[in-house]
Design a protein around this ligand. Structure first.
Ligand code: FES
Length: 143
């Protein structure tokens, strides 16, 4: 069901835990499964110097958080905002269809954390949007 990469990130999550003194924090969730993902960022000169996550959720949510933090670490804020859930899934060699929303949580948690940073520092970035409360795929309600 899961790729080796997903299992690896689930068994050995990268950048897990709370980032003390984080510059920004973003939290998103999915009302249906009840899973919650939180991303912490330290940003200096618009570069993501450090990132961590805390996820209360399924194995795929842990793996996508872990991979997402790997993908944005050291990147500029603008670059981090271009990382989509598809890119996270691709980096994990795919996810089962019913787990796609888990990767959406990762994309949206990054956005939410950057939004927090932008608000605190009165900045704007292309692609940044107001955090969405309930993260799900378009057709999630039809399942
Ligand atoms: Fe909801 Fe994975 S099942 S985040």
């Amino acid at each position: 069901m899961y790729s080796d990469k997903v299992m690896d990130h689930f068994d050995h999550p990268r950048n897990a835990g709370i980032l003390e003194d984080a510059d920004a924090v973003g939290t998103v969730g999915n009302a249906k499964c009840g899973d919650i993902m939180r991303i912490y960022l330290n940003i200096e000169d618009d570069i993501i110097e450090d990132v961590s996550f805390k996820t209360f959720g399924c194995g795929a949510a842990v793996a996508t958080s872990s991979m997402a933090t790997e993908l944005i670490k050291g990147k500029s804020v603008e670059e981090a905002l271009t990382i989509t859930n598809s890119a996270v899934m691709e980096a994990l060699d795919g996810l089962p269809p019913n787990k796609v929303h888990c990767s959406l949580l990762a994309e949206e948690a990054i956005n939410a954390a950057i939004y927090d940073y932008a608000e605190k520092h009165d900045k704007t970035y292309p692609g940044l949007h107001e955090p969405v409360e309930d993260i799900h795929e378009e057709d999630d309600d039809d399942e």
